[in-house]
Design a protein around this ligand. Structure first.
Ligand code: CU
Length: 338
């Protein structure tokens, strides 16, 4: 069953539907915090190519140029012949190269200044805390009751600048959503500030971009750029508090959650409220679990909860020793967290 041929045939349909443009392709970008960098990248690339072509042509011309005739006295001896004023070529070549390089440097500095300049009136500020191996997201608000926390999936309103304050709970990570912004390191004991803006609605994939341990590759994040109405709806949903579950099964699930999980996880409106793991208040509004590793389906939730280690080796969430019915009850309860 598991022969290489069978594997190939199992995987073939997946290979065929792989999108031509991978989700993190950055030759094409979608916002003012990154578009100048993209233009710079293309520009420097094209200039480098032109330089290579010019030098290649000159080199070929030099190699192929007919040599000045050897002196008649000794036909085996090549004449070393220098045009008067040949040094001028060196000055011209050196001068042009220097101009091009200084121009590239100036362009780079201008772009750097442009993309790092924080917007004076951001639509919102999100505090991002990176941990091995997931992202906690706290949406700040002047009104404390409007502050909420979520994980891994950052909703923002389309077409508006959003400010990010980046902190780390453990090691160095790097916050990178290639289609929307350049990389920014996330360093323990320091808060780095950056911004981005998405000009088109859609989901943009991001990834931790500094090796941060065993599951570094499974530390993805998503920016979902919503229309202003969709964003407002999402935000209102995040602000709602949990209510007592409707069925006996789910009430049991909630009790199991409180005894087994709430030391690490928060559900808005419930005590205690742990912060070692992602906020689960509105878990069902997220499309993936475990930082992009699994689609958020009831089956994946159950296998994650019963044995996270088998899904994401090294994860900071310990395996839960739960009976089958208890696991079903807690999973069913989590499925009510819309
Ligand atoms: Cu990381």
């Amino acid at each position: 069953m598991n022969s290489p041929v069978a594997l190939l045939f199992n995987k073939l349909p997946i290979l065929l539907v792989v999108r031509v443009e991978p989700p993190m392709a950055y030759p094409r970008t979608f916002g003012p915090a990154v578009d100048p960098i993209t233009r710079l990248g293309w520009g420097l690339g094209i200039i480098s190519l032109v330089v290579i072509v010019i030098i290649g042509v000159l080199l070929l011309a030099g190699v192929l140029r007919e040599r000045v005739a050897s002196s008649a006295a000794n036909p085996h001896q090549l004449a070393v012949h220098r045009d008067a004023g040949g040094m001028a070529w060196i000055y011209v070549g050196g001068g042009i190269s220097a101009l091009v390089l200084v121009g590239c440097m100036a362009w780079t500095l201008l772009v750097t200044a442009e993309v790092t300049k924080l917007p004076s009136t951001p639509a919102l500020t999100v505090q991002v805390t990176a941990s091995q191996w997931w992202w906690s997201l706290r949406y700040l608000n002047a009104k404390p009751s409007n502050i909420f926390t979520t994980a891994n999936e950052i909703h923002i309103p389309v077409g508006q600048p959003v400010r990010f304050e980046l902190a780390s709970a453990d090691v160095i990570h790097s916050f990178w959503i290639p289609q929307l912004a350049g990389k920014m390191d996330v360093i323990p004991g320091q808060t780095n500030v950056m911004w981005l803006q998405a000009d088109q609605p859609g989901t943009y994939r991001g990834q931790c971009a500094a090796y941060c341990g065993r599951q570094h590759a499974h530390m993805a994040l998503f920016i979902v750029a919503d229309t202003p109405q969709d964003f407002a709806t999402w935000q209102d949903r995040q602000l709602t508090e949990t209510t007592a579950p409707a069925t006996e099964e789910n009430r049991r699930g909630e009790r199991i959650f409180q005894t087994h999980c709430a030391a690490c996880h928060t559900i808005r409106g419930m005590n205690p409220a742990g912060i070692l793991g992602p906020d689960l208040s509105h878990l069902m509004t997220r499309s993936t679990i475990a930082a992009g590793l699994l689609a958020n389906t009831p089956g994946n939730l159950a296998s994650w909860i019963s044995n996270p280690e088998s899904v994401k080796a090294g994860t900071r969430m310990p395996a839960q020793i739960l009976s089958e019915p208890d696991l079903a009850a807690v999973t069913s309860y989590l499925n009510t967290l819309h």
